[in-house]
Design a protein around this ligand. Structure first.
Ligand code: NAD
Length: 465
């Protein structure tokens, strides 16, 4: 009998694993169960899809249509929700949401790719509260499109990635936008001076900002903050974060890690033999901190899914870990990070040293050249690069990718100025921003080394007197 592979979840990791397993093992029976009506879509694309007001067809968000899976011999069942996993018997109990009946399906190997869910915002809602929406799935985007008619004022709760991307989308749609962030600044995991640039851009584009502010109530067409401020709202978007969807796994006795996502080996196997987990419901391993980390990002989910699919098909693949590289756009700005920030590096046991550098993205006399703000962090004792944050209107993606590659290759600050990078004025200054930042941080690292040597010599001299 052919091996029975069952995959729970059909967005990024689940569909990638199914397609990969099919290519590697044409004989396997593959059952892909997805509770939503849509499969294989780009949730990262949803803000851009909404902003495009129909000029991006819905189908363009879907990487692979259901028929493509089926013609590959993958038994894809949409609107089928797995309600229980019995790891002792090797079966899942499935609810056919359309037909309203339940059945069991046996597996030899199981992949849990159940993703993440929106974290519910804790707020009192009266009968006259403005509608509260969120954006996680393509169905959520459809819902938002359907309720926008007549909306003039929208309030966004949460100044993270989705909140900021949607602030731009709603502004482009001609709405008056206010954004509420409970921390002192938006994107609280970034350096304050980067958050300040983002806030200035939001204000420049007419977004009203309420930072360090908690919402307590939605009432009478208003968002009421704990400090008493009332913000008029026809619609409220909750973008206050997400949580890994782990209930199924947890109830089946599958171990969660310290991040509360499912703990997996580099082969994407859980603590239960033949049960794999991948995507937003699973942990990753951070290659700089050497610790498990939860990174619910689309590219990570696809890479998880690929490894799980190879292994479920009998191959031997390892997920090498992550640096936490991420980028987003808000109006004209791009903001990116990789590796560990200063505080994260301290928490991971390093002695970090950081430098902030401002450098042009291209030769200064080139029109498109813009100033970048770069925060570079290294380990003071070894000079090893640990992390970077970048903000600017140009070449942010290139800058962060060079640094991510350098960190992945375990380079030191002293290596950066010597990198042989592409130069011509329309593309870069003679010294690329990464080289300028590397040079500046390296000087700081070497200064601390000289000071240490100086202190040791002084101590020796004093000791000898
Ligand atoms: P997030 O974690 O990025 O941001 C949530 C924000 O909401 C935080 O700033 C937090 O301080 C704030 N917050 C929490 N509770 C609040 C409250 N009650 N009132 C006001 N503010 C509150 O989460 P998100 O923006 O919802 O995004 C969800 C996930 O999607 C993230 O994990 C992100 O990694 C991923 N994502 C990534 C990208 C990208 O990489 N470009 C884009 C979109 C989404």
């Amino acid at each position: 009998m052919s091996e029975r592979l069952v995959i729970i979840g059909g967005v990024a990791a689940g569909t990638k694993a199914a397609a990969t397993a099919r290519r590697r093992n044409p004989a396997a029976s593959i059952l892909l169960l997805q509770d939503e009506a849509d499969v294989s879509y780009s949730s990262c694309g949803l803000p851009y899809y909404l902003a495009a007001m129909g000029s991006i067809p819905r189908g363009k968000l879907i990487a692979r249509m259901p028929d493509a899976f089926r013609s590959d011999g993958i038994d894809l069942r949409t609107r089928h929700r797995v309600e229980e996993i019995d790891v002792k018997r090797g079966v899942v109990t499935v609810r056919d949401l359309q037909a309203g009946r339940s059945y069991t399906a046996p597996y030899d190997k199981l992949l849990i790719a159940t993703g993440a869910r929106t974290a519910p915002v804790k707020v009192a809602m009266s009968a006259t509260a403005p509608p509260l929406i969120h954006l996680r799935s393509i169905a959520d985007a459809d819902h938002i499109s359907s309720v926008l008619a007549g909306v003039r004022k929208v309030v966004i709760l949460g100044g993270g990635y989705i909140g900021l991307e949607m602030a731009e989308t709603f502004t482009k749609l001609g709405l008056q936008v206010a954004l509420v962030e409970m921390m002192p600044h938006v994107i609280p995991t970034f350096a304050e001076s980067i958050a300040l640039e983002v806030e200035a851009t939001l204000r420049k584009h007419g977004v009203e900002l309420f930072t360090g502010a908690r919402v307590c109530e939605l009432d009478g067409g208003q968002v009421v903050l704990e400090n008493g401020i009332q913000i008029p709202a026809d619609l409220v978007l909750s973008a206050t974060g997400i949580r890994p969807s782990t209930n199924l796994a947890d109830s089946a006795g599958i171990k969660l890690g310290q991040t509360k996502a499912i703990a997996v080996s580099p082969q994407m196997v859980t603590n239960v033999a033949n049960v794999y987990a991948a995507g937003d419901c699973a942990e990753s391993f951070h290659v700089v901190s050497n610790r498990p980390v939860w990174l619910p990002l689309g590219d990570v989910a696809n890479r998880h899914g690929r490894v799980a699919g190879i292994n479920m098909a009998g191959g031997l693949a390892k997920f090498p870990g992550v640096l936490g590289t991420a980028i987003f756009q808000v109006f004209d700005l791009a903001v990116a990070r990789t590796g560990l920030g200063h505080a994260e590096a301290s928490a991971a046991g390093f002695t970090p040293i950081s430098e902030v550098v401002r450098a042009p993205s291209r030769a200064r006399y080139i029109d498109r050249s813009r100033m970048l703000q770069i925060h570079l962090t290294a380990d003071r004792d070894s000079g090893r690069l640990l992390g970077c944050e970048v903000i600017g209107e140009d070449a942010v993606d290139k800058t962060i990718d060079i640094i991510a590659t350098a960190i992945w290759g375990k380079l030191a600050t002293s290596d950066l100025p010597d990198l042989d990078l592409a130069y011509a004025p329309p593309f870069s200054p003679v010294f690329a921003p990464t080289q300028v930042a590397g040079e500046a941080l390296n000087k700081l690292v070497e200064k601390t080394w000289h000071e240490q040597v100086g202190r040791r010599v002084a101590a020796d001299v004093l000791g000898a007197i």
